[in-house]
Design a protein. Sequence first.
Length: 542
Amino acid sequence: MVGSYIATDSGEAPHVPIVFDTGCSMSITPFISDFVGPIEETDIKELTAVKDTVPIKGSGLVEWTIEDWNHQVGKVQTRAYYVPESTIRLCSPQVYFAENEGGHCEFDHTKLDFHLADGQTLQFGFCCHTNIPLMRLFHDPAHQGPGAETFLGRALCADARLREQVRTLLNDNNHNLTRSQKELALWHARLAHAGQGWIQDLMFKVKHQAGEAEQPVIPVRQDTTARCPHIKCPACQMAKQHRRTPDSSTMHQNPDLEMALRHGDLHPGDRVLMDQYVCRQLGRLPHTYGREDQSTQYTGGTIFVDHASQYIWVNHQISLRVGDTLRGKHAFEDFAKDFGIKIKSYHSDNHPFRAAEFLEDLQLLDQTITYSGVGAHHANGVSERAIKTITTWARAMMMHQLLHWPSRFNTNLWPFAMDHAVYIWNHLPRSRNGLSPLELFTSLKEPNYDPILRARVWGCPVYVLNPKLQDGKKLPKWTKRSRLGMYLGNSPKHSSSIGLIGNLDTGAVSPKYHVVYDELFTSVHGDLTEAVFDADEWSGQP
């Protein structure tokens, strides 16, 4: 009746696991404390095991409060034999289902789904030594600290789950992708989910002088990465997918009108397009620990796109009124002035750029402006397209982080995602001429491609060295040397090797250098269901 198990040493009741055994005809327990009613005599006096027999002292109703690997807690009530000499608990699921007239269980290669009679579903892993599903009792750590047995039980139960959660598309055991495709996928995630063909051009076609030899902008480890088939990126599908065009529809472009909107704007500053974006999901400020009042959080912003260079400047705003918009305009013009560029002309839609304060500012700075007609947003198509590109890149990065680290996902981080998308856009060389928008705008060739080569996967876990160790001091021998944070993009005021790291405890965002990036999310839990994407907060994404 009882299968063959690797018996564990007897211990206290909370630390002895429960074996989920479909082969036993009755549950058993060695602990009298498990029973919630009287223990009655039974006609069966002994239990036949593999090597010998053990006496049965009675039977009764037991209640086990169990905790699964997702920390969900449920209760199982079933009849069981009291077997003091047993070294483990056994649960007979078929007896439990018959007694409660409900419930069922499902197995696959990674876990057990135990559907209780009350409708709750608990998940458990398999012991790495016996491949037997183990359930552990829940006990309140506030009253009793976990001992070595507890940690061992958790490790055994969660072994299959750990193997599952650290498995990513880029790991060596994923044979659906070649090594070249895995390398392409990593660079795709690092570079804000930009087009894979564009990234491959930077691995092969676009080259720069390195000493006496020419090297591609992005060096690769696999020779075929620049020519391998493109992959389907889950984050991109969730962030960028759109309605299919019917086969009966064909669009023909007029070659005479190609780049017509940019015609004649040959120099940076000749014309800048402006447009505003709105986000119903409020965005946190970078310097307030994320605890500011909602009335002071970002609700959208203004995007500036230089016609000649495609350089993008984004200004997040608490309100979209003319005052905040003018502050963003002046910040952009101050940046341009540092490189000797004067903004001569603007083009935009109407509101709020027709406000008297805005027109007065244009007159004081000897600037002109033109407007799109009512309903003619195509006339401002360059900025409209820039907003679409930046927001879809930012949304893809946030989707990627949500898929891999859902417990730390927060929609109010969208300003950081948009800033990082703009950073990558402005530093990413174009396939046509090998120059980035920043280089075209400033007329200065960057000495290297460190801004993109040092880019990391947005939202990934980061381990930050203890400040005392950063200063060359020492710590006590058993003190942890780092803390866990989140990468939120590059710092705009520091070297490209400095990242903005979010503190998961305090909410502070600060530039850090002594860090280790986990770009594959292998050190965090990544279990996720489709239901999370139905949350109301996603409807407010830009």
